[in-house]
Design a binder for this molecule. Structure first.
Ligand code: ZN
Ligand code: ZN
Length: 408
C-alpha cells in the first residue's frame, strides 16, 4: 500500500523536467540570509501558479491550499544561501555575489542545500494542488528566510504568522544531508538537532607597555585562563551520558608585541540536546569568566552578549512514527532509516513552538551511493539531483497526505 494515490505517484515521473532547471537556476543565484528577494519572488509566483493563496510574511512566503474539511498540515522550507565561494565545479555553480549586512560584497553559495528544500517543497505543493481530489483538509507551504543566522523563523512569527495563517495540526520539515544516501530518508522521535546559542564575551584588563607587566592587568593571560578552565564544563559538570559542546571559535586581543592591551574578546558557541544543559553551560562560562576576572584583578566585570539562538528540534514521537510509516509505505521500508541525532542546529521549531503544535523534522539523502559527501557549508557541496529531488518531493508529499487524510 503506497501513501500517495497511483495517479500522484505517476505524476512525479514528470516532475524532474521542471524541478531540475528550477534547482539549477536557484543554485546559480543564492541569496544571503534575510535578503532572499529574487528567491521569494520565484517561490510566490510558483505557488500562485499552482493555485495557492499566497502571502508575504516576515521576509518569507506562505501558500495556503484548501481542499474540504480535515486537518491542516504545514510544510516548512528554508531559502537562504551562505557567504561561501563555490568550488563545486558544477556547470551551474554560483558566480553570484551580494553585499552582506555590513555592506561587504560576499561570494554566495547554496552550500547547505536549501535550494533542494525549496524545489522539493514546491514539488509537494504542486502535487497536492494538482490532485486535490486525493486528500482532504488544508495544506500550508511555508518558505522562510534567514535560517543560517537564526533570524528567519523568528521574523515570520514576529510579523504575525500565527494570526495570518490557519493554525496547523502539525508542522513538518526536512533537510538534505550527505547521510543517508540519495534515495533514502532518516527520521526518529525525540531530539534530532541540538539547541544552540553563541556568545560574545569581553574581559577587561589594564593596558601597559610590554616591558612593564607589573603595571598591567593582562587580559590575554586572563582570556587564556578562561579558555583552559571552561574545558572543565563538559568534562566535569555535565553527566557523562549527556551531550554538550562548548567551542571558543574566536579570540581577539592586542595589536603589537610590546603593548599589553586592555581587553580581550571571545566568540563562543554552545550545543546541547536540552535547554537545561544549554543554560548550564552558558551560566558556567559566565561564572568562570567572572571568577577568573576577579583572580586576575580585572578592573571591570566581563561583558556577555548572547546571539544566534537556535531552539531544540525535538520530534513529537507520535508524529515521527506517522511520518516514518507514511514515507515507508510510499518508498519502501528499506529506504527509511533511523535518524541519528545531529550536533547541528535548526531554527525550524520556532514556528511550531510559536503556534503551539507538534512537529517532525527529518533528513533526506543528497549524495548517490559511492560518492564521498562534502559536509553542509563546504565549498565542495554538490548534490546529485536525482534521486535526491524526487525522494525529497515524494517524502514531503507522502507525509503531508498521510496526515491530511484521504477522500476514501
Ligand atoms: Zn546550513
Ligand atoms: Zn541548512
Amino acid at each position: 500500500m503506497s501513501t500517495l494515490t497511483p495517479a500522484m505517484t505517476a505524476a512525479l515521473e514528470e516532475y524532474a523536467s521542471w524541478q531540475e532547471p528550477l534547482f539549477e537556476d536557484l543554485h546559480r543565484h543564492p541569496e544571503l540570509s534575510m535578503q532572499e528577494e529574487r528567491t521569494t519572488g520565484i517561490v510566490a509566483e510558483q505557488l500562485e501558479g499552482f493555485g495557492y493563496a499566497v502571502q508575504r510574511i516576515g521576509g518569507g512566503v506562505v501558500g495556503v491550499l484548501e481542499s474540504g474539511a480535515g486537518p491542516t498540515i504545514l510544510h516548512r522550507a528554508d531559502m537562504d544561501g551562505l557567504p561561501v565561494r563555490e568550488d563545486s565545479g558544477l556547470p551551474y555553480a554560483s558566480e553570484h555575489t551580494q553585499a552582506d549586512a555590513d555592506g561587504v560584497e560576499q561570494p554566495t553559495m547554496h552550500a547547505c542545500g536549501h535550494d533542494a528544500h525549496i524545489v522539493t517543497a514546491l514539488g509537494a505543493a504542486r502535487l497536492l494542488a494538482e490532485h486535490r481530489e486525493d486528500w482532504s483538509g488544508t495544506f500550508i507551504a511555508l518558505f522562510q528566510p534567514g535560517e543560517e543566522i537564526a533570524a528567519g523563523a523568528r521574523a515570520m512569527v514576529e510579523d504575525g504568522l500565527a494570526e495570518k495563517i490557519p493554525t496547523p495540526d502539525a508542522c513538518l520539515g526536512q533537510h538534505v544531508m550527505g547521510d543517508p544516501v540519495a534515495g533514502r530518508i532518516a527520521v526518529a522521535p525525540g531530539p534530532m538537532f541540538s539547541a544552540s546559542v553563541s556568545m560574545r564575551l569581553t574581559v577587561h584588563g589594564a593596558g601597559s607597555h610590554g616591558s612593564m607587566p607589573h603595571r598591567s592587568v593582562d587580559p590575554i593571560v586572563l582570556a587564556a585562563a578562561i579558555v583552559t578552565r571552561l574545558q572543565t564544563l563538559v568534562a566535569r559538570e555535565i553527566a557523562p551520558g549527556d551531550f554538550g559542546v562548548v567551542t571558543v571559535g574566536a579570540l581577539h586581543a592586542g595589536s603589537g608585541p610590546n603593548i599589553i592591551p586592555d581587553r580581550a574578546q571571545m566568540l563562543l558557541n554552545f550545543r546541547a540536546y536540552s535547554d537545561e544543559i544549554l543554560d548550564q553551560l552558558v551560566e558556567g562560562v559566565q561564572r568562570i569568566a567572572r571568577a577568573e576576572s576577579e583572580a586576575a584583578r580585572s578592573p571591570r566585570e566581563p561583558e556577555v552578549e548572547l546571539f544566534n539562538h537556535y531552539p531544540l528540534t525535538d520530534n513529537d514521537p507520535e508524529l515521527a512514527e506517522a511520518v516514518r510509516a507514511a514515507v515507508a509505505a510510499q518508498l519502501g521500508e528499506e529506504r527509511v532509516e533511523v535518524m541519528e541525532p545531529s550536533t547541528g542546529s535548526e531554527d525550524f521549531s520556532i514556528i511550531p513552538d510559536a503556534l503551539g503544535v507538534p512537529s517532525c523534522y527529518w533528513v533526506f539523502g543528497g549524495y548517490a551511493e559511492g560518492r564521498d559527501p562534502a559536509p553542509n557549508h563546504s565549498p565542495l557541496w554538490s548534490l546529485d539531483l536525482q534521486p535526491t529531488l524526487r525522494t525529497g518531493t515524494e517524502a514531503a508529499a507522502a507525509a503531508a497526505v498521510a496526515l491530511l487524510g484521504g477522500r476514501g
